[in-house]
Design a protein around this ligand. Structure first.
Ligand code: ACM
Length: 288
């Protein structure tokens, strides 16, 4: 199976330009499944809820029409992050589109930082769908820091996790290596690059899009500025082998009877240091 990602720098609010650029980057591509970044057609820093409502789309919107047509033209499945408008709410969503149809949809469960002021938290379950013989699960960006998300997708049989992102902290490329090892799955994390300066904020997106294999192998990784499509060949069935030693199965060896606290105990208050944009935790550290 040929899977890939498109790392690029969307221009805020300029859907026409962003869709055109995606079409150009994917022109002639030979792939079964390609993943685009989170919010790829709108950009990331919305000034206000009103601005988001204006740019977000329902499933009849232009970004959806574009992706449906592109999936037919290129004969590939496409996963993409989209600002979705539904019933007056906006969700940070991601869609899997194949053969001109929506095959799967996910709304980001764990909103990052200022997203909490703009988007409604996701309200759909984590699902796995078959795409060209492979089992595919969806999650979005900051979901990476909640290992429950990848675990649930793996328990539901996902072989490949598609992970549209707009990363600004440096941790995720390394963390996803662990997510893949602990679940025995492939993950396609696709980030954007470039800088957005709006609403009194300036964010630099870290790029470093990557495809990681079930043993934590970084099969391909982009750098922190490049734009372009990367496609590799993988064997999804390698993700069926969950044995980490001859005697250890990463899913069956779990002891859920001792994990009840995961559901029962509310999260503790965040410490002031974690809330402080000047703290090393918030800023992150240099990626090595
Ligand atoms: C993020 O969730 N966009 C960092």
């Amino acid at each position: 199976m040929r899977i890939g990602f498109l790392q690029f720098a969307p221009a805020f609010g300029d859907k026409k330009a962003n869709l055109e650029r995606v079409e150009q980057f994917l022109e002639g591509a030979k792939a079964d499944l390609v993943v685009l970044p989170e919010l790829f057609s709108t950009g990331y820093i919305f000034e206000s809820k009103d601005e988001l409502l204006e740019l977000a789309e329902d499933e009849a919107g232009e970004t959806f029409t574009f992706l449906k047509q592109l999936s037919l033209k290129l004969n590939m499945a496409i996963v993409a992050g989209i600002a979705e408008r539904a019933d007056g709410e906006c969700y940070n969503s991601c869609y899997l589109i194949e053969d001109g149809d929506i095959r799967a949809k996910y709304r980001k469960l764990h909103l990052f930082d200022r997203e909490k002021e703009l988007f409604t938290p996701g309200n759909l379950s984590l699902d796995v769908v078959s795409v060209r013989g492979a089992k595919v699960g969806l999650m979005i960006c900051f979901d990476w820091i909640f290992p429950e998300v990848t675990r649930i997708l793996a328990l539901k049989g996902a072989q490949i996790i598609c992970h549209p992102s707009n990363l600004v902290l440096p941790y995720c490329p390394r963390a996803m290596i662990t997510r893949c090892i602990e679940n025995g799955v492939f993950a396609v994390t696709v980030n954007r690059v470039g800088t957005e300066a709006r609403a009194g904020l300036e964010l630099r997106f870290i790029g470093m899009s990557q495809i990681v294999g079930p043993r934590g192998e970084v099969l391909v990784r982009a750098d922190d500025t490049e734009e372009g499509l990367r496609v590799i060949e993988i064997e999804p069935d390698l993700a069926n082998n969950k044995m980490i030693t001859q005697r250890n199965h990463v899913l069956k060896d779990r002891r859920p009877e001792f994990y009840g606290e995961l559901l029962a105990i509310p999260a503790e208050e965040t410490s002031p240091a974690e809330d402080d944009p000047a703290s090393p935790f918030y800023r992150g550290e240099t990626l090595v």
